[in-house]
Design a protein around this ligand. Structure first.
Ligand code: LLP
Length: 426
């Protein structure tokens, strides 16, 4: 459920019409709903109620500081994967003891920064990284709390590019080698083992792969404890999928996910961490664009928008589906016609949808891409020197621009000319 609904024939974000925001900030723009973010975060809190737990928002999915502050104020922890994300969490006011640091390629500088400013744990992805972390932590006179991310060799049955738990994927320590690496961790200076981490992929629409992976983690917990390790925390990663179409998708609910966690891991006397991104942010955001042209092609028509693949890359990158709806609600009796919905960028990959049925639209009309809150703004680029589009956060009947559209001067002034090019050529 989200808070982007038609009222009096106009799509609203909570109590604000998208036409009003569009008139104020111009299109295209991202718009997020505080009520939806809050509701989704609370669904996880409820799903894990009674268990010692921390819900760490995967900020790679949506990293604007206003969103992080909103969730942080509700008690969320943060899952970060770079020094930049760590700084975002920190700038949003989230204390280090609620920040977990994931990722296969942490640098020494990132480790040192997090150790100095406070960290709940590092999710270490290899023996090689563990040795570097030990060196960095000992050099600073600190102790790094760690989990090892294990690769359980489970197929998450999701899109090829976002499955992470198979043995051929770059992530984690193969589960068969985990005991050896934990033994090494216990011997290394500056390292304190606190638990185990696993994340098998994103946009999972079935609980079975999670359950298979978590069962392996439960077994590993018992083995490692028998080996003398103090396993007190399990980080189960993120990955719970969302419905991208309104009609026929029914991915498992957080409550079902929580019940499964309780069943598989509930008797281990551990603290549970989860790292959801998409389920919290995905349906809490939309992208609003204007129609530039309706172009008649050979046997098909093209609806050309002012948003493009650089603003929302998921359709081009993963063939992802986003529902696209007119901001002014079509009358029930209106004939829908199939159109190809595209952006202005100079490649055919800049296609959002092919032969999608839409009511008649004219230049200047507004459309909204649903489910664009996660992996939308964060994956945007300035390809074709198109400025990053603004982000707007709605809260009841209020809204605020939480990232402004940059000016062309700001963009152009980031380039510098080397000395040999500075004077104009004769
Ligand atoms: N934890 C770790 C270690 C992760 O790698 C990820 C996502 C998450 C948590 C959050 O997963 P979520 O709950 O959002 O599924 N750009 C792709 C998705 C990439 C996901 C990467 N890792 C997309 O647009 O579908």
């Amino acid at each position: 459920m989200d808070h982007f609904l038609y009222r009096d024939g106009v799509l609203h974000a909570e109590d604000v019409t998208l036409t009003e925001i569009a008139a104020h900030v111009g299109t295209p723009f991202y718009c997020y709903s505080t009520a939806t973010l809050t509701r989704h975060f609370r669904l996880f809190q409820e799903a894990l109620a009674g268990l010692d737990h921390l819900v760490c928002f995967a900020i790679k999915s949506l990293s604007n500081q206003a969103v992080l502050r909103t969730l942080g104020d509700l008690g969320a922890g943060m899952d970060v994967v770079s020094g930049g994300e760590y700084r975002r969490a920190q700038a949003a006011g989230v204390p280090g003891e609620r920040i977990v640091f994931s990722g296969v390629g942490k640098t020494r500088a990132e480790m040192a920064y997090a150790l100095t400013h406070g960290i709940r744990q590092f999710n270490v992805e290899s023996a090689e990284e563990l040795r570097v972390l030990s060196d960095v932590a000992s050099g600073l006179g600190k102790t790094a709390p760690i989990t090892l991310r294990v690769n359980p060799d489970v197929d998450a049955k999701t899109h090829e590019k976002i499955a992470t738990g198979r043995k051929e994927d770059k992530f984690g320590v193969p589960i068969a080698r985990a005991r050896d690496v934990y033994a090494e961790a216990a011997r290394l200076p500056g390292i304190e083992v606190v638990g185990i981490d696993v994340h098998i992929g994103s946009q999972l629409t079935d609980l079975a792969p999670f359950e298979t992976a978590f069962t392996k983690i439960a077994d590993l917990t018992r083995e490692l404890r028998a080996d003398g390790h103090r396993i007190r925390r399990l980080d189960l990663g993120g990955g719970l999928g969302i419905p991208y179409t309104r009609s026929n998708e029914t991915p498992p609910l957080p409550l079902d996910y929580g019940a499964m966690i309780r069943r598989v891991l509930g008797d281990l006397d551990v603290e549970i961490e989860i790292e959801p991104g998409r389920l919290i942010a995905g349906n809490a955001g939309i992208l609003v664009a204007s129609v530039l042209y309706l172009k008649q092609g050979e046997g098909r028509d093209f609806l050309i928008l002012d948003a493009a693949m650089n603003d929302l890359i998921r359709p081009a990158m993963y063939g992802a589906h986003h529902d696209i709806v007119p901001v002014l609600e079509a009358q029930a009796a209106t004939d829908q016609r199939p159109v190809d919905i595209v952006g202005p960028v100079c490649e055919t990959g800049d296609t959002f949808a092919r032969q999608r049925s839409l009511p008649p639209l004219a230049p200047g009309d507004l459309v909204a891409f649903r489910s664009a809150g996660a992996y939308g703004a964060v994956m945007a680029s300035e390809y074709n020197t198109r400025p990053l589009i603004p982000e707007v956060l709605v809260h009841g009947d209020q809204y605020a621009v939480i990232r402004a559209r940059p000016s062309f001067d700001e963009i152009l002034n980031r380039d510098t000319l080397p000395s040999w090019l500075e004077s104009p050529t004769p």
